[in-house]
Write a protein that binds this ligand. Structure first.
Ligand SMILES: *[C@@H]1O[C@H](CO)[C@@H](O)[C@H](O)[C@H]1NC(C)=O
Ligand SMILES: *[C@@H]1O[C@H](CO)[C@@H](O)[C@H](O)[C@H]1NC(C)=O
Ligand SMILES: [Cu+2]
Length: 241
């Protein structure tokens, strides 16, 4: 009975949240991890994440690849330049805030890669696309409009190797209480590219976001923000290769 009640409680909080559940990588479908279930027996390219709830502390270790980070047992092999479609919980409930897609070179086996330090680079991002902070179209709104999917392209010249792909949205619909939804998937990128992002493209996660950053600790409904039509996504520029 206790288990049943716990299950019901987590299912109801789960309604407002979620993450990336499935991927189409270079035309092939890959399963994400299924939260609220044991990793035992799950075949997935995604690192474990245990709850649909957001990370709300930008210094949390869960910012890297969510909580917890047990490693994936599958790897998606994909050519540089290919498209990756990430399928979010559908319909995704949050339409205010940026979408950012990151990668990090595992420098070997991703199973032993922690993702800590200044290792992450952006491959795409979309912040405020049009309109005002409170009522405009955001990257996450565009994701929702497109069947709760987000399409990324692996830089065509990216050097071959094993990488983590980190999908992220930062929901900022609640004043001064940002929510992050990160998940990591394991990729082997193939090709003859030589592209390696310079350090100016790299960020640490956690580290890149801070509650002292006004673009993070933001009240989009404040009088000061009424009519504002610009928003700067935190972090380094996008690496396009
Ligand atoms: C919408 O998603 C599809 C994948 O299902 C993708 O091919 C297309 O580029 C996306 N459209 C936009 C506007 O992002
Ligand atoms: C929309 O996404 C769902 C998964 O969330 C998928 O099953 C469905 O095929 C998608 N629809 C289209 C038109 O791509
Ligand atoms: Cu939510």
């Amino acid at each position: 009975m206790k288990n049943l009640l716990t299950l019901v409680a987590s299912a109801s909080t789960a309604l407002a949240h979620g993450g990336v559940l499935t991927y189409n990588i270079g035309g092939k479908i890959y399963n994400g991890f299924v939260p609220y279930n044991t990793p035992t027996g799950q075949n997935t390219i995604q690192r474990e994440w245990d709850s649909y709830n957001p990370i709300q502390d930008p210094t949390s270790s869960g910012m890297t690849c969510n909580l917890n980070g047990a490693v994936a047992n599958e790897i998606a092999t994909v050519a540089a330049g290919s498209k990756i479609v990430s399928y979010w919980t559908n319909p995704w409930p949050h339409t205010i805030g940026p979408m950012v897609t990151w990668m990090a070179n595992c420098n070997g086996d991703c199973a032993s890669f922690t993702g800590t330090g200044k290792v992450w680079f952006k491959i795409d991002q979309a912040g405020l696309i049009s309109g005002t902070l409170a009522t405009g179209l955001w990257g996450s709104g565009e994701m929702v409009n497109n069947n709760s999917t987000w399409t990324s392209t692996i830089p065509a010249n990216l050097k071959a190797g094993n990488y983590l792909l980190r999908t992220e949205t930062m929901a900022i619909h609640t004043s001064n209480a940002p929510q992050w939804y990160p998940e990591c998937a394991t990729l082997t990128v193939t090709g003859s590219g030589t592209g390696v992002p310079a350090s100016s493209y790299l960020a640490a996660i956690p580290g890149v976001y801070s509650m002292s950053d006004p673009e993070v600790n933001i009240d989009i409904y404040s009088n000061a923000n009424a009519g504002v039509t610009t928003y700067t996504i935190p972090g380094p520029p996008v690496y396009t290769g």
